[in-house]
Ligand binder design. Structure first.
Ligand SMILES: NC(=O)CC[C@H](N)C(=O)O
Length: 234
């Protein structure tokens, strides 16, 4: 039995939980915060917001959510991670310090066949905004807000690159090949979506959340409409 609209959870340990809930609700789905394993069991899909991936790793353990969440992802639950959420969904995470091989303190959920580097845009540009072309999203360029953002440095064969920004500095190993020269900032693999930026912070543009809700519908046979793109219902 599939109700017409899915129930979408937002991992509510840290970060822009309220903003993601509001954006999801504007698309027409039921959205609720998830803090406990019982709440995770009730949702059809999950958003992992930004924050600090080391802190979120600790909180996932404290709230006994890490293993149940990894299990749901393995079973194919649709998920969308923004910024630190992208870091957590990755298979493998590199630190911003080039001398450190892996990122200590981050335990990843392994739902995306990508290598992600944390804080990849350097200290001088802790935050910036960019207008992006985004595959699967129509209309004007997407305004993207990056805050101590990660980047994707390698993608597996089943990963689709959805958006890149022009590279500054030296490309990482394999990056030029994967991106045609840009730095990858949004990817999809099956029912899993990730962006290095924060669409929930851009008022009046819910197109990334609408894309995610369409992915949930595709994946699960939910039949209800995704409200069309409009800036009027914000
Ligand atoms: N805005 C964010 O989510 C920042 C992510 C943070 N720099 C991390 O690596 O976890």
């Amino acid at each position: 039995m599939n109700p017409a609209q899915p129930v979408v959870g937002v991992l509510a340990l840290q970060g822009g939980v309220a903003e993601h809930l509001a954006a999801l609700r504007r698309t027409g789905v039921t959205a609720c915060p998830v803090r406990r394993p019982e709440e995770l069991a009730e949702v059809d899909a999950l958003v992992l917001p930004g924050g600090e991936s080391t802190t979120m790793t600790r909180l996932l353990d404290t709230f006994e959510l890490f293993e149940p969440l990894r299990a749901r992802l393995r079973e194919g639950m649709p998920a969308y991670g923004s910024c630190a959420g992208m870091v957590l969904l990755a298979d493998s995470v590199l630190d911003d310090r080039p001398d450190v091989r892996d990122s200590p303190g981050v335990r990843t959920l392994g739902a995306l066949d990508v290598v992600v580097r944390r804080n990849a845009f350097g200290r001088q540009v802790d935050s910036f905004e960019a207008d992006l072309a985004f595959e699967g999203i129509e209309g004007p360029a997407l305004r993207a807000v990056f805050i101590r953002a990660p980047r994707v440095e390698k993608t597996g064969a089943d990963v689709t690159v959805l958006a890149s920004v022009p590279s500054s500095g030296e490309p990482a190993d394999g990056e030029a090949e994967a991106t045609g020269g840009g730095t990858i900032v949004a990817v999809r693999q099956g029912p899993v979506l990730a962006t290095a930026f924060h669409p929930e912070l851009v008022n009046g543009d819910d197109r990334v959340h609408r894309l995610f809700v369409r992915m949930i519908h595709e994946n699960s046979g939910h039949t209800g409409p995704v409200r069309p793109d409009t800036t009027e219902d914000t």
